[in-house]
Design a protein around this ligand. Structure first.
Ligand SMILES: [Mn+2]
Length: 354
């Protein structure tokens, strides 16, 4: 699994009572841990962004670490590589420094012997600056390629060339924050990766030996509207031996429950101060009551509408199980310079998305 983003929309002292999306993330995280125990998997790997940001309120850290400690009682080893959202370092890492939890605080390799098979798993925390030029050195520093093992894996939290995201299939290619496909080492059987929120498997042919898959399990819930059509879940992967050679024999994606995400584009020409109170509830009435809804429009709305669409108003006309917000397309774009736009956006965020 990867990109659990725990702590997302989980306020400790909420000013208003409404449904929060944070619980969905916690529940899916626990579902994966439960699956691992129920199906007696040999190892669990977390590809980073365990938390949704670096500074996490203590009650959230406590909750996550309690889940991890309880899971560690199962005896199943769990490996975690810190991601960019946690600034390449988990909070108070000593609190999970215990049996069965393996944290990649620096480049390194953990070795396991499972039913007679030696498994070496190398990894390093998210590397921010120019991973393109640093990747091969970091892999070298893990020592995984030199380890004596039957199966070698690499765990990273980075974008790899060819990875795709978003509605328009944006493809990572040549930035300095992108690992080159040709740098994926032939000495590992698979790369298990986080950072890219859409689940996908990339395959990199090697000059010698079999090609190496890079497996992104993706985020466990939709973290933004760019992910609104994506299935979310985790991979169960299996390795088997053919002749003398071990290799990935199966990678099965297991979907998790997600909330539907709906983008409503308002047709401003048909809205008036008089008909808004009937038209908007009409639009919301036909949606899944558990939907995560975003209301946006193509042009800058008139002031009366901006004033009317407060968080309070939107909640008053929608299902209490819904999450509802206004999108950034609701905000002016071309008329303002970047600084003005940001200031305006922040102001309106404060007003609307409490
Ligand atoms: Mn992430």
């Amino acid at each position: 699994m990867a990109d659990t983003h725990l702590g997302f929309d989980s306020p400790i002292h909420p000013r208003i009572q409404r449904r929060r999306r944070g619980d969905d993330f916690f529940m899916n995280f626990q579902r994966i841990l439960d699956y691992a125990i129920d199906h007696k998997v040999d190892l669990v790997v977390h590809g980073g962004d365990l938390f949704f940001r670096a500074r996490i309120p203590k009650p959230i850290v406590d909750q996550v670490y309690t889940q991890l400690r309880e899971f560690s009682q199962s005896g199943i080893p769990m490996l975690i590589v810190p991601g960019n959202h946690e600034f390449s370092r988990l909070p108070e890492p000593h609190r999970i420094d215990q049996q069965n939890i393996y944290l990649f605080e620096t480049p390194g390799t953990f070795q396991f012997q499972i039913r007679g098979t030696r498994i070496a798993i190398g990894g390093f925390p998210f590397h921010r600056k120019n991973i393109r030029d640093r990747f091969s050195e970091l892999v070298y520093e893990t020592d995984v390629l030199k380890s004596i093992a039957d199966i070698r894996l690499l765990v990273i939290h980075q974008a790899v060339e060819g990875a795709q995201v978003g509605k328009s299939n944006y493809t990572f290619r040549s930035g300095e924050d992108v690992v080159r496909g040709r740098d994926i080492p032939s000495g590992v059987h698979a790369v298990l990766a986080g950072h890219i929120h859409r689940q996908q498997i990339l395959t990199f042919p090697q000059k010698t030996g079999p090609s190496v898959p890079v497996i992104y399990s993706g985020s466990i819930e939709r973290t933004s509207f760019a992910e609104r059509d994506e299935q979310k879940g985790f991979y169960v992967i299996e390795f088997s031996k053919t002749g003398e050679r071990w290799g990935l024999s199966n990678a099965e994606f297991h979907p998790l429950p997600v909330r539907p995400m709906v983008d409503i584009k308002l047709d401003l020409s048909s809205l008036t101060p008089e008909n808004l109170d009937s038209k908007l509830p009409e639009l919301l009435k036909n949606l899944d009551p558990h939907a995560v809804v975003r209301i946006s429009c193509k042009v800058v709305p008139e002031l009366w509408l901006r004033k009317k669409l407060t968080a309070e108003y939107l909640r008053s006309i929608s299902s209490p199980m819904m999450n509802i917000s206004i999108g950034s397309s609701f905000l002016p774009s071309r008329q303002y310079d970047k600084g003005q736009k940001t200031r305006l956006k922040n102001q309106i965020r404060l007003t609307f998305i409490k």
